[in-house]
Design a protein around this ligand. Structure first.
Ligand code: UDP
Length: 331
């Protein structure tokens, strides 16, 4: 298939490109490089531009005879979404709807959409299944839920086919060390802890140790980025027009912030200093997936089930790329 990977210069999209390429698909990446890196695009053609640019997107969809779109181009930071909701409503809703409209006008009707466990808010039941009520507690989760709903309506009215994949916490890097996580500024737990190990930061600040969890720190389900990509590929192959697939992608194992820091100490052999700070607004205490639907519907099982091997891949990347991708040039 010919696939337009929107946001393909970013963390998850760049891993996706390579898997698509390995499976014989043609990859066209559209990215505005606001947070992505040209040097993260190892396969396919990179077009630098906005997904809200209707003329550009419609031209790409038509010229490349695109069969399906994968949409990774979103803002995805819980804390930032609380502080700057306008940015989230603009990028994650307005620009995403524009992308859907470009697809509708060019008759490209298949899309794999990056959704999130943040659409559940504070779940009543953990592990979280897809039957859980979606009641987001931050703008990030809400903007993703809006697009899930739009896709449902587009499938019904316009015969779109979609997969909305509700990621838990993406982590790790490619095993060949070619691509990995690089955010500026970095806000995610594992990269920050590894930056402490590298001597780039003095300490890791734990966002609250008064949560209702066994060690009083937040629990998350960390899923390797290559496992996420594999799930996207499986979803792509199963999309049917007029229907939507909505599934959780997680390992079904939760790790607390303290357990993640302990795994990082073990992997790096470094004494990583921690300091307890205040809670971060918008954080739910515990998010762990029930991924049985992904097993059934996608035939997908994650290869990485434990935090340590995930951290090992991240550590290999960070230690060999201590300043990330460095500059926006294709290597
Ligand atoms: N976290 C933390 N210190 C940090 C960054 C994150 O304690 O410097 C916690 C955060 O509160 C959450 C978990 O680590 O419970 C994972 O946060 P991250 O930002 O990596 O992902 P999110 O869960 O927000 O998608």
């Amino acid at each position: 298939m010919n696939i337009l990977v929107v946001g393909g210069a970013g963390y998850i999209g760049s891993h996706m490109n390579r898997l698509l390429d390995r499976h014989g698909h043609k990859v066209i990446v559209l990215d505005n490089l606001s947070t992505g890196f040209a040097s993260a695009v190892k396969v396919g053609e990179l077009v630098v531009g906005e997904m809200a640019d209707r003329q550009l997107v419609e031209q790409l969809l038509g010229d490349h005879k695109i069969d399906a779109v994968m949409h990774f181009a979103a803002c995805a930071l819980v804390g930032e979404s609380v502080a700057e909701p306008a940015k989230y409503y603009h990028n994650n809703v307005v620009a995403a709807i524009s992308l859907l409209e470009s697809m509708r006008r060019t008759n490209v009707k298949k899309i794999v959409f990056s959704s999130t466990c943040a659409t559940y808010g504070i779940p009543e039941t953990v592990p979280i299944s897809e039957a859980e009520t979606q009641a987001p507690v931050n703008p990030y989760g809400f903007t993703k839920l809006v697009i899930e709903r739009a896709l449902t309506d587009y499938a019904h009215a316009y015969d779109f086919g979609f997969a909305a994949l509700r990621y838990f916490n993406a982590a790790g890097a490619s095993t060949d060390n070619q691509i990995g996580e690089d955010h500026n500024p970095e806000s995610h737990l594992i990269p920050i802890v590894l930056q402490v190990a590298l001597g780039q930061r003095e300490y890791i600040s734990i966002y609250g140790d008064d949560w209702p969890t066994p060690d009083k720190t937040c629990i998350r389900d960390y899923i390797h980025v290559d496992d996420l990509s594999a799930a996207h590929l499986a979803a792509l192959e199963r999309i049917k027009l007029g229907e939507g697939i909505k599934v959780n992608l997680g390992t079904e194992r939760g790790y607390s912030v303290r357990e993640v820091i302990a795994a990082c100490r073990e992997v790096t052999g470094c004494d990583i200093k921690e300091v307890v700070g205040p809670r971060r607004p918008g954080d739910p205490p515990e998010l762990v997936a029930n991924a049985s639907k992904a097993r059934e519907v996608l035939g997908w099982v994650p290869e990485y089930r434990e935090i340590k091997p995930i951290v090992e891949t991240a550590w290999n990347w960070h230690r060999s790329h201590p300043t990330g991708y460095n500059k926006n040039t294709k290597e």
